[in-house]
Design a protein around this ligand. Structure first.
Ligand code: AMP
Length: 743
């Protein structure tokens, strides 16, 4: 369940988001409903808010058909009606049936079960077939029938992945596209995948990183309980077009609250709807939690329990103290890690999108909770892209194009640093080739956000499986460092040295009065009061002195409470302080590399007819930055001179560090172009003379003629972004020759 997938929630004092949050049960429900509408359907447009209206329209037309059918029967049975009257009634019935059919189709399209769905399925099959045939990826251990949720990257897949990671890590100077590690001077670490239990106990994963599972009572096959209920409700909504409105509302409500259902509630719904094991139709067990971590033991005794890490972030948190010293005890700074993460998914689905081992690239940007400004925010403030704040989700609207600067200044995005990373993620994904129109940043709704988090946004990419979370960007406040400080006893804190000593602010909550007022919630109120920033505390002090009471947001309770004067004393102590000691907040962009790559595959794929129009040829329009191979070299015909020229060009390309292949197979040049288009090679060099050659651009299929000794430098400029195809086309003569004839 989603709740479990976000880091486990253990109660700690944490700074509240200054932003008001909606948290009444009905608001939460509505929020979740809106979220579901936008995240579980195949596309936003498919889950347009008019679905209810379409359903009502269909029900009305169906009722009209039934009534007219009844009228026709009555006319026929009564015997008194003329033939003309009966014919007219039959015609009217036919017209009503046509209308009802059209209404059914509209509804079908709206809920995603219509022709659009089939086209998406077909497109996905074409992409997946090409990817598997060309060894971009391979189901792992295939000769032993494979293992669900485990995939290998084959040769072109490995290159694409390496290119994506290399771009993530550093500057690609020629592109002037600085990305994360180098641009931000991040401190990269590389920690073990095997992690001792104590670390994951502190983070809460041992206790809470679970999904609810049910078993086929006869075969023992396991299923995710929420997936079965979700599939049941979605199928009813999509396929049963005569579903009464009341039932449709009920299923939608369930989809909305799915993530919040307890094991008992899920079990009760599964029983009520008679949901059985999909493969065998056998009855199912009651749901029970299953921890997604792979457990192992460290060393031969079996006494030291360990787990394969479910994320890379914990390795950074536990190293905070050393990294902070390494950074000269200065904030802000960021640490980064790329590595494998392991999650023993109960029933992995959706191909490469939900797997059991995957590469994560995570950044932990540590920042003073009292100053979350970012000096480079101005660089991204003018970016404009699709954002989906919670207000739009709650009102059933779609994502809207917004200027990032406005989103931060209006408080839609909690702070500049979070905004800065949202902007950088946008640039990163679009430079890789993700389609801007199918990328949106969706804000978490209150019920899906961990209580300690100040604000969270997901970069979601639309693909044939729907809108998929590919990068999570969260302001996790001080939660993680506090959890590890508490468990390890090592303070993971930062210091701010004052230029002049300052008076100390002392906040003393009155536990007795707070206990009387808030009973079981007293601890959370106390912690929230103690965690107030100086500014917040001084504002509260002023309010208490003038009005005697004030409202106070307790994030961990998810609501405002009223604090009276006797519940807390806030004073400036006479003792001077020379430094402030605090736990830094962390802003965490977390990139699921496999998901990004899969979406990139879908967004880059297209087909075009062959010259003879007899077949459709597959093409990946990867930008040179991502392309697994930048250039192919083809001798036009088999002869020694052309082979020698091709070798010379290949040598120059190697010297220029351009990945390439020579294809000397004795098939037509058109076929060879098609073969290279299919793995997304952007440029092809055809050797048709010993002095000059042609360079062909993959998508336009245009060719230019270039002298042999210039080829490598032209291809280098093109692949590294110093020149565009338009630039070189203007400089070199176009070639209109026979080479592409058979394409
Ligand atoms: P989380 O820690 O659950 O927010 O996950 C961080 C990122 O990891 C997500 O944004 C996804 O891109 C990716 N991710 C999570 N679970 C999986 C999975 N089972 N398979 C592939 N990628 C995943």
């Amino acid at each position: 369940m989603v709740f479990m997938r976000f880091r486990p929630q253990v109660i700690f004092s944490s700074l509240c988001s200054p932003k008001p949050r909606t948290s009444s049960p009905s608001a939460t429900l509505a929020a979740a409903a809106a979220r579901r509408r936008h995240t579980t359907s195949v596309a936003t447009s498919m889950a347009a808010p008019s679905e209810d209206a379409l359903r009502r329209a269909l029900a009305e037309r169906q009722a009209a058909v039934d009534a007219q059918g009844e009228a026709v029967r009555a006319l026929k049975a009564g015997g008194g009606a003329s033939k003309a009257e009966v014919d007219a009634a039959v015609e009217a019935l036919k017209a009503l049936k046509v209308e009802a059919g059209a209404a059914a189709r509209r509804l079908q399209q709206s809920v995603g079960a219509g022709p659009g769905g089939a086209a998406r399925e077909e497109m996905r099959q074409a992409v997946v077939n090409t990817l598997e045939r060309k060894l971009f990826y391979i189901p792992s251990f295939k000769i032993y029938r494979g293992v669900a949720g485990l995939y290998d990257y084959g040769p072109p897949g490995c290159r694409v992945k390496a290119n994506v990671l290399s771009f993530w890590r550093q500057v690609t100077p020629a592109f002037r596209l600085e990305h994360f590690v180098l641009e931000e001077n991040m401190l990269e670490v590389d920690c073990p995948c095997v992690t001792p239990e104590v670390v994951l106990k502190a983070s809460g994963h041992v206790e809470k990183f679970t999904d609810l599972m049910v078993k086929d009572e006869k075969t023992g096959t396991c299923y995710r309980a929420d997936h079965l209920l979700k599939d049941f409700c979605k199928e009813k909504l999509e396929k049963d077009l005569t579903l009464p409105q009341q039932k449709a509302d009920e299923f939608k409500r369930i989809l909305a609250i799915l993530d919040d259902l307890s094991a008992e509630e899920l079990g009760a719904k599964i029983k009520e709807y008679g949901i059985v094991a999909p493969d065998t139709k056998n009855p199912l067990s009651d749901p029970y939690p299953f921890n997604l971590m792979f457990q192992t033991s460290i060393g031969p005794t079996g006494l030291s329990v360990g787990y394969m890490r479910p994320e890379t972030a914990q390795g950074i948190f536990v190293n905070f103290k050393d990294l902070y010293y390494y950074n000269g005890q200065k904030l802000p700074f960021a640490a980064a890690q790329i590595g494998q993460a392991f999650r023993n998914e109960i029933s992995p689905r959706q191909g490469l999108l939900r797997v059991r081992e995957f590469t994560l690239a995570e950044i932990e940007h540590f920042v003073d909770p009292e100053d979350k400004s970012h000096p480079k925010f101005v660089d991204v403030a003018d970016l404009e892209f699709l954002m989906f704040p919670r207000e739009l989700q709650l009102s059933g609207d779609s994502a809207k194009s917004m200027k990032l600067g406005d989103a931060v200044s209006k408080g839609t995005v909690n702070n500049e640093t979070l905004g800065y990373f949202i902007g950088r993620v946008y640039l990163f994904l679009t430079c890789l080739g993700i389609d801007k129109a199918r990328l949106r940043f969706r804000q978490h709704l209150p019920n899906e956000m961990a209580h300690y988090a100040a604000d969270c946004w997901d970069a979601e990419i639309e693909c044939s499986y729907g809108w998929i979370e590919c990068v999570g960007i969260a302001d996790r406040s001080a939660y993680d460092l506090k959890a590890h400080s508490e468990k390890s006893g090592v303070p993971l804190v930062a210091h701010e040295k004052f230029s002049k000593p300052k008076e100390k602010l002392v906040i003393v909550p009155s536990k007795k009065d707070l206990g009387l007022a808030f009973k079981g919630n007293q601890k959370m109120v106390v912690e929230a009061l103690e965690a107030m920033s100086e500014k917040e505390a001084l504002e509260m002090k002023a309010a208490l002195e003038s009005k005697g009471e004030t409202t106070f947001k307790v994030c961990t309770l998810g609501k405002d409470v009223v604090i009276t004067k006797k519940m807390v004393s806030i004073s400036m102590e006479k003792k001077m302080e020379h430094q402030r000691v605090f736990t830094p907040s962390v802003i965490e962009p977390s990139f699921g590399i496999g998901r990004i790559i899969y979406c990139l595959f879908e967004h880059s794929f297209y087909t075009r007819p062959s010259k003879s129009e007899e077949e459709q040829l597959n093409v990946f329009r990867f930008p040179p930055l991502v392309a697994p191979i930048k250039c192919t070299v083809f001798p036009l015909v088999k002869n020694q001179e052309f082979d020698d020229a091709a070798k010379l060009i290949a040598k120059a390309l190697t010297t220029a560090a351009i990945s390439h292949i020579i294809d000397t197979t004795a098939i037509s040049i058109g076929r060879r172009y098609a073969r290279t288009d299919e793995i997304g090679v952007p440029f092809a060099v055809t050797v048709d003379s010993t002095t000059s050659v042609t360079i062909r651009e993959r998508d336009s299929k245009e060719q230019i003629r270039v002298g042999i000794d210039e080829v490598a430098s032209v291809v280098k400029q093109l692949t590294e972004g110093q020149s565009t195809w338009a630039d070189v086309s203007a400089k070199y003569p176009a070639h209109v020759g026979p080479q592409g004839d058979q394409e």
